[in-house]
Design a protein around this ligand. Structure first.
Ligand SMILES: CC(C)(COP(=O)(O)OP(=O)(O)OC[C@H]1O[C@@H](n2cnc3c(N)ncnc32)[C@H](O)[C@@H]1OP(=O)(O)O)[C@@H](O)C(=O)NCCC(=O)NCCS
Length: 477
């Protein structure tokens, strides 16, 4: 049942919007003088460019999906500024925009939202997850496992195993619950699941689910969200929950993770966090997903590769280091001493600097004030937020002008998640939930003019070694 919002809720949501619009104004004012974007026109292939190690600088594709202007500190999805999307859009609408190329009308958005909500209903995959030692697995590894389980059930390549979703509900066979879990018998757990509105619906209009690829993307968008939330619950010794029909994808993520209905403010801030992690140029995980898809493998494997790439500490995860650093500093009065020592030891401060942004990351401009707003009503988070603000001013004062070092997206996202009670080990899985929409959009776009990725390496080894049989090789190594 849809819950009514109170006047207080509405005031808080309006304040969120205002904070984002203020952040936009600051960004535009501060970067007004920076040059306009480059690399925004079609190229004639083959293209000439300077390439560094790790393909740095290489142009591998054209895209209409998203654009990062690092010197201006701007991020655009399909022509729309991230500030405008965060102030006015929802993760569902933004995902539609990324996948389909335009903002949906009211009825398209409603259908899409319903489809995603239904796609979040994955009792069989949750059931299968319970048979693995999820609590012993790294959450990103468990998330990747979840995409494989979903693939097994849903991919059209394995048609024999494709079942009508309404028949997928599982029985109350508590005997077969894996021993590793400690079922606590929550009311709406998948074991006692109450069927809400999830019959294969008329709402899934053929125009929305018109092809195998796009349906698989919807499966992944909804399914990965539920898998991510279930991982958190199973690790805490609880049973996975089914989604609630009146919550957004962000709200359901929080509900299915914590077992508590999020407040409208929490739901909205998680929604915004998902919007601003949804796409970010040809980063490593996006490229990994595209490389796998370019072999004409399938989207589940492609997304699984994105998750694998994102799991590395050089890509996802700096927000955990930020939270740990702020805990280490303790409180705002210790910042100066801590930072002097860090500078002396030439330590890089987590949450600052970015390979592409040489200006304030627009995502940090948005998350910063929202973290502050959440901290206002959470006394255990307030000192951490104040410490972060103080450290930001010190780092920017010493490195902003000279080295273009500013906070990046990870600086405040950890504080936001922590204030919602989310465990640190789950932070990167939230990033993945959101990035599924960018991975899928980019894969679909690339496949329209697919060419298998095949860069080259310079061979620097020897060329004419003589093969020596094993029994004649030097035994001294
Ligand atoms: C993200 C990152 C890898 C970008 O690296 P990069 O673009 O290659 O930048 P460089 O490492 O070449 O750094 C350029 C200069 O800024 C300094 N610098 C970069 N990030 C810094 C940080 N976080 N703290 C302090 N100094 C930093 C470097 O020491 C270097 O100084 P130098 O010219 O005197 O040697 C780097 O900023 C970093 O490690 N940040 C911390 C981790 C983090 O937050 N990662 C998440 C990114 S979303």
């Amino acid at each position: 049942m849809k819950q009514e919002r109170s006047a207080q809720d509405n005031r808080e949501l309006e304040r969120v919007r205002q904070l984002i619009l203020e952040a936009k104004e600051n960004a535009y004012r501060e970067t007004d003088m920076e040059p306009e974007p480059e690399l925004t026109h079609s190229v004639d292939w083959p293209v000439t460019c300077t390439v560094g190690p790790g393909l740095e600088g290489a142009i591998a594709a054209e895209t209409k999906i998203g654009y990062v202007n690092g010197t201006k500190g701007s991020l655009i999805y399909r022509g729309y500024d991230i500030f405008d999307l965060c102030a006015q859009s929802s993760f569902e609408e933004t995902s539609y925009l990324l996948l389909h190329g335009y903002l949906p009308n009211e009825s398209e958005l409603e259908k899409f939202t319903n489809v995603l909500r239904r796609k979040m209903f994955i009792p069989r995959t949750q059931r299968l997850l319970l048979s693995f030692p999820i609590e012993e697995m790294v959450p990103m590894s468990a998330l990747r496992l979840g995409t494989n389980l979903m693939r097994q059930k849903q991919t059209f390549r394995d048609k024999d195993t494709l079942l009508e979703e309404t028949k997928d509900s599982i029985a109350s066979d508590e005997d077969s619950i894996a021993m590793e879990t400690r079922p606590t018998g929550e009311k709406a757990s998948v074991y006692e699941f109450i069927k809400h509105i999830y019959d294969r619906p008329e709402t899934a209009s053929p125009d929305l689910i018109s092809s195998e690829e796009i349906e698989s993307c919807y499966n992944l968008l909804g399914g990965v969200t539920s898998v991510a939330a279930s991982i958190g619950r199973i690790r805490d010794g609880h049973l996975p929950l089914e989604p609630l029909p009146d919550l957004s994808l962000a709200g359901n993520y929080l509900y299915m993770l914590t077992g508590r209905r999020p407040t409208p403010l929490e739901e909205r801030i998680m929604d915004i966090s998902l919007i601003l992690h949804a796409d970010h140029g040809m980063n490593a995980s996006t490229f990994a997903a595209m490389v796998v898809a370019s072999t004409l493998s399938d989207i589940y494997f492609a997304v699984g590769s994105g998750i694998a790439a994102l799991s590395g500490p050089l890509h996802g995860g700096a927000n955990v280091q930020v939270v740990q650093m702020l805990e280490e500093i303790g409180d705002a009065s210790s910042v100066s001493q801590w930072y002097s020592k860090a500078t002396e030891e030439k330590r890089k401060v987590p949450g600052f600097g970015h390979r592409v942004y040489k200006a304030y990351d627009p995502r940090a401009r948005i998350l910063g004030p929202l973290a502050g707003m959440l901290a206002e009503s959470n006394s255990s988070i307030q000192p951490m937020y104040e410490t972060a603000k103080k450290l930001e001013s010190e780092v920017v004062a010493s490195l902003g002008a000279s080295k273009k070092i500013f906070p990046n997206v990870d600086y405040y996202s950890g504080i936001v998640y922590k204030s919602m009670g989310i465990a640190e080990h789950l932070y990167t899985t939230i990033f993945a939930v959101s990035r599924v929409s960018g991975w899928c959009a980019r894969v679909i776009e690339y496949l329209e003019h697919n060419r298998i990725f095949r860069p080259r390496a310079i061979y620097t080894g020897t060329l004419k070694e003589e093969y020596v049989p094993v029994d004649q090789r030097d035994t001294n190594g």
